[in-house]
Design a binder for this molecule. Sequence first.
Ligand code: TXA
Ligand code: MG
Length: 323
Amino acid sequence: MNKLITEEEAVQILERGGVVALPTETVYGLACSAKNAAAVARVYQIKNRPADNPLICHFHSVEQLIHYIETPNETEQVLLSHFTPGPLSFLFRLKPDSPLQPATGGRQTLVARIPAHPLFLSILKKLNQPIAAPSANTSGKYSATTAEMVLHDLGHRIDGVVNGGISRAGLESTIIQVTESAVLILRPGVIGPDDIREVLRSANMDKPVIYARSIETTPGSKYKHYAPDTPLRLLNNLSELPNDQPVALLTVDEISISEKSMVDVYSLGSVHQPQQIAANLYRTLFEMDQKKYPVAYLFLPPLSDKHWQHTLQNRIQKMIQHT
Ligand code: TXA
Ligand code: MG
């Protein structure tokens, strides 16, 4: 199942309408040419993705992006120039009769991102076409943050993967929508509301930055997401851990468990470094899944950083949704 490919091979496969996994600084993406309806259909099939969930598209520059969208307003321009390339995605209005409609499922809106990973950026420049790339995982499962995770989940269904090492952030991008009255965070992620507020303040733009109820705008938010194969339960209290069978516990450095217990502890990092917890989360779920425990538990004490608390809770709640 060795399907590691070079950057040049990836460009050629994408040009021919193939589907490859590419590294980004957030998570790996399952990439195809955004204008190619047959390739987009294959991405849905490979991921087993619900048909009503449109695909995020990637661009190498603002110059390339503005070719496809209605002119960004001043707030969008400031945020684009400050945060891109990087882990911030924008919901924009498409120009009419857009060639990107295969990726957006006929919608008049587009979620767009300029990724910061040098390999992805270089492939975007060589292809010189927008790339549709949802996270490279079977629908419902955690995102892949290494090439090995992609190969394990989708290796036999895709045309290859470019190995770009471990995704630095390890968590999906923040998605925002700028309205007349506010900046709405549709999906919390690596960039938090304070980061956005600070940039707006220094540009003398005062718009509230608020978490939105994303379900109305990003169709993907209503489905189960990010889940491991192992049944996962959330713990409110460590005393709820069973001691009659081997189980896994995902938690933080600050928690310790009696050596005598049958619990295998997987630490995600320190409560004082929530970004590290986020970066380790999916990779640790993958590592844990290989051991085939009958059940795994997750215990995350409250974090003092409100944005990371909200962001990690967002992912964790979706992991256990409908299970
Ligand atoms: O960090 C990321 O954003 C990664 C990397 C690969 O770029 N991508 C990613 O894609 O997380 P995905 O498909 O797992 O999440 C994108 C979200 C989905 O919830 C989808 O519903 C929403 O964006 N979305 C995409 N296009 C949209 C559109 N036109 N209108 C509303 N929501 C859209
Ligand atoms: Mg995803």
